[in-house]
Each structure stands twice: as C-alpha cells, then as structure tokens.
Write a protein that binds this ligand. Structure first.
Ligand SMILES: [Zn+2]
Length: 309
C-alpha cells in the first residue's frame, strides 16, 4: 500500500497506532542507557544507544512495526549537543540524530511501507524549569533539520510542558516544513498540564501556528483519562495519548553500571492497555500508543482494538 500524505491521513479521521517505548525497551534488552547520569539527573539516556547499539534500536523499530504500529518515533529523544555533551559526544549530535531517522525509515520501508516515521525530540535540559529560550530553540532546529535529512515524515516534539517552551519549539522546528505533533508530558492527576496550566492557555499561545496534533504522554493512564476530555474541549485538531506505565527512579545511590530507572513492564498488562485504549478512542483520541515501559506486546494489544478500514 502506498503511503498517504500524513496530513491527509490525519484529516481522514481514521485512528493511527503510535509505537511504544524506545529507551526503556533498550534497557529491557540490555542496553545501558544511564551514561552521564548523576544522583539527580538522568544523563544522556537513550542518545548513547546511537553509538552503542544502533542494531538494537533497529530491532525495536522492527518489533513495533511487526506489532502493527502506524507511526514509529526515532531514537532521537535527547540526541542533542547538551545531553550528548554530558558524555563528551556533543559533536555527534547532528550525526546521531540523522542516523536515528535513517534507521527507522529503513525498517519502515522493509516491514510496513504504509507507516510513518516521526522524528522525536525533547527539551535538552529536561524541561522541568525554568523555561529555556536559548538552548531549546537551537537544539530543536538542529534536530528538525537532521531528522528531515534522515527522511522522517513528521516531527514529534515531546516530553515538553511549559507553554513558552512549546511555542518556542514550534517556531524552531517549523522551518523544516514537516507536520508537527506535540507530546505534552506529566499531565496532573486532575488532567491539566504539568504546572497546572490549562490546555486553553496553550492553544491561545500557539495562535495561528500550525500544530497538526496534540498528544498527552509520559503520564499515568489515569492522568491521561482525566486530561483527554479537557484537551478535546480546548483543541479542535487531532489529539492522542501515549502513557507511561511503570518507570521509576531506581534506588539510590547509583552503583556501578546500575540503570537510573527501575523498570516495571508487568503490572500494567497489554489487556489493561487495550481497555484504556478503547476508552481514549471514545474520548476522541485519534492517535494512541505507549511511552515509558510499554513493549511490543502492549502495541499489539492496542492494534487488536483499533478500528480498521
Ligand atoms: Zn515516558
């Protein structure tokens, strides 16, 4: 099947299945993703897998495509000069970012040519606070350019939560000329943005900028269920969700090659994910998938409940 233009595909209203976790999945497969971590901060995270284990990155993409994913996100979450600089690899940022696109596109072309590749990126300083008016626009512009060179179909600016950062991010990546999806992180239990901001304030601040879809991500399934109806009221375009299902700070202090996160891929089963996925589709989500700790089995379970045709 030929691949439809992504914006036309969104406009058709048909649901799209996003893939699942990359970083935690690399960890589950034995890749060390805690280079540069300190007791307080996560370090370069999955960015170093572009040096250490590009074949495993490819394997993860393959397994998500085999599970039926319609969109894969590249392993470029933190392949920026700030995070890679923590481990002496700042000068590799553009090359690793581009390679993450090439690996995902190659897997897509081989296994599921009708699917899409989203070039992912997250705020280079982690996005907690304060708002980052300098490094974020520069690194996002670099990543958008490198991901486009790598052949991606769209961009996914994710793990972001400050309204000002989101507006700056959209301005930084728009010149690449690709569709843009935003993944809002750490939705509160009450279903609002990370620091209590409303989705209305975000949509107002974005004004006439083109944002092709807004998704809630890296939040508990319950928080996503609370947030989606609020997002639906605030934003008229396509919406979606991909939850974090069990990824916690490992016990401190860090010792040796201990991973920064402890990984729980068992308590939130694929069946539970299918149940929640059904509910999110009913709330108006057009795009569903998984964030931290989800596996290809979770994505296969979502595939089974996605409407077809
Ligand atoms: Zn996550």
């Amino acid at each position: 099947m030929a691949r439809q233009d992504f914006r036309e595909r969104l406009a058709s209203g048909r649901p799209l299945l996003l893939d699942g976790a990359m970083g935690s999945e690399l960890q589950r497969r034995g890749v060390y993703v805690s280079h540069g971590a300190t007791e307080e901060k996560l370090g370069a995270w999955s960015a170093t897998a572009m040096r250490d284990a590009p074949g495993t990155v490819r394997d993860v993409h393959e397994d998500y495509f085999k599970a039926g994913a319609d969109i894969a996100t590249t392993n470029s979450f933190w392949t920026n000069a700030i995070k890679l600089g923590l481990v002496g690899l700042a000068d590799k940022a553009a090359a690793y970012t581009r390679l993450s696109g090439e690996i995902a596109v190659e897997a897509r072309d081989r296994l599921r040519p009708e699917a899409y590749v989203a070039g992912g990126m997250a705020p280079p300083h982690g996005g907690r606070a304060p708002v980052d008016p300098i490094d974020l626009p520069r690194e996002f512009a670099m990543q958008a350019h490198a991901l486009k060179e790598g052949g991606v179909d769209l961009l996914l600016v994710e793990y972001i939560g400050h309204v000002e950062d989101i507006v700056a991010a959209v301005d930084a990546v728009a010149p690449a000329g690709l569709p843009i999806m935003i993944g809002l992180r750490h939705i509160t239990d009450g279903g609002d943005m990370q620091n209590g901001d409303s989705f209305e304030r975000l949509v107002g601040a974005l004004g006439s900028r083109t944002v092709d879809a807004i998704l809630l991500m890296c939040s508990s399934p319950a928080a996503i269920s609370a947030g989606l109806p609020k997002l639906r009221r605030a934003f008229p375009g396509p919406i979606g969700a991909y939850p974090n299902i069990g990824y916690a700070r490992a016990a401190t202090p860090l010792a040796g090659e201990q991973q920064w996160h402890s990984l729980d891929t068992t308590s939130y089963t694929p069946d539970l994910m299918a149940e929640d996925g059904r509910a999110w589709l009913a709330m108006g989500a057009q795009i569903v998938g998984g964030c931290c700790a989800t596996t290809p089995d979770h994505i296969a379970a979502l595939r089974a409940i996605m409407p077809t045709g």
